[in-house]
Design a protein around this ligand. Structure first.
Ligand code: PBG
Length: 329
């Protein structure tokens, strides 16, 4: 007979060393992917109003960020260009320019910190005059097969510039397989594909669209290609297809409102799963902290830990550098 209570769950929580010893999940800088916005100009740091603390950087300053990431233990940077408006067209041709902002930024990062992995987003929204991720017909419908042709060329352009991870965020059907084939055909055998497999038509992308300058241009919404927040089984089908087509890893996006999807994907497929804690999630935490509704540092680390606990290998987060600094203390 044991005395009351049979087991004291608080026993292992009673000292910091014991809490550390019993921690089931580890969050470290190596689990963070840092999204950065690039813009034209020289010596530019251009703050983004709806993303307090996040800026667009000119290409000549992106190398500093790469060295910062390296010194903080962050392994991967994700790049998003704010393409000059005069270069945005219906067909998004600037995405294929080997000297576009994205390609120059990739080269600058590789030059400054060759050990940093570079992830590039495949989708046409930073390059189109209508703000959609693909080509649209006269009725405004985003065409699938015409778009995938362009996405393949965009992915090859990024790989040629030195991208390590190609991340299609466009949600067109069949694009992962086409991109994989094209990469193999061009000898890019070790260029990975991280598929935005389950990407929802979300209200949390607003500040990002400001950051890449597509928000004001967007006509309509993205509901004919991005997923309905009501659906989970459909996310599993999307993931199954992308894996079948050769994705090395899959992403769920947004993050916090879709942790159930992360968990189901991880349990079902046992593959590397990533989450994108998107711009609106970042803004929500910053707004809560600014309003005195919570401690910023604690909110950041707790949410990032939740992704790891749910099954994520890593998280794309605008808090990456800040979180890495906290974790390094
Ligand atoms: C574009 C893309 C978006 C994000 C990443 N890639 C926006 C969208 O689909 O409209 C959102 C990221 C964020 O909100 O932080 N294909």
């Amino acid at each position: 007979m044991t005395s009351y209570p049979a087991l004291r769950m608080r026993r292992t929580r009673s000292a910091p060393w014991s809490r550390a010893l019993h921690a089931e999940t580890i969050l470290a800088p190596q689990h963070l992917i840092w999204p950065l916005f690039v813009t034209e100009g020289q010596g530019v740091e251009d703050p983004i109003a709806s993303l307090p603390g996040v800026s667009r950087w000119s290409v000549d300053r992106i190398g500093e960020r790469a060295k910062e990431a390296r010194d903080l233990g962050i392994g991967v940077i994700a790049l998003f260009p704010n393409t000059p408006h005069q270069l945005r067209t219906a067909g998004g041709e600037e995405a294929l320019n080997p000297d576009n902002l994205m390609c120059r930024a990739v080269a600058a990062i590789k030059h400054a910190a060759p050990e940093i992995g570079v992830l590039t987003d495949v989708a046409l929204d930073p390059y189109t005059a209508h703000g959609h991720d693909g080509l649209v017909d006269d009725a405004g419908y985003v065409l699938n097969d015409a778009t995938t042709d362009v996405l393949v060329a965009q992915a090859l352009n990024q790989a040629a510039a030195g991208a390590d991870i190609i991340a299609p965020s466009d949600m067109m059907d069949g694009r992962v397989g086409l991109i994989r084939d094209a990469l193999e055909g061009e000898g890019h055998h070790n260029v990975q594909i991280m598929a935005y497999a389950a990407k929802y038509a979300s209200a949390f992308y607003g500040p990002f669209r400001d950051a890449v300058g597509s928000g004001g241009l967007l006509k309509g919404d993205k509901k004919t290609y991005q997923m309905d927040p009501a659906n989970a089984e459909e996310a599993l089908r999307e993931v199954a297809l992308d894996l079948d087509e050769g994705a090395d890893s899959v992403m769920v996006k947004p993050g916090l409102p879709y942790l159930d999807i992360v968990r189901r994907v991880k349990e079902r497929f046992e593959v590397p799963v990533f989450a994108y804690q998107v711009s609106g999630e970042y803004a929500m935490i910053e707004a809560a902290a600014a309003a005195g509704a919570g401690d910023r540092d604690a909110l950041v680390l707790e949410t990032l830990m939740s992704f790891r606990r749910a099954g994520c290998s890593g998280v794309l987060t605008y808090h990456a550098a800040h979180a890495a600094r906290l974790l390094g203390k």
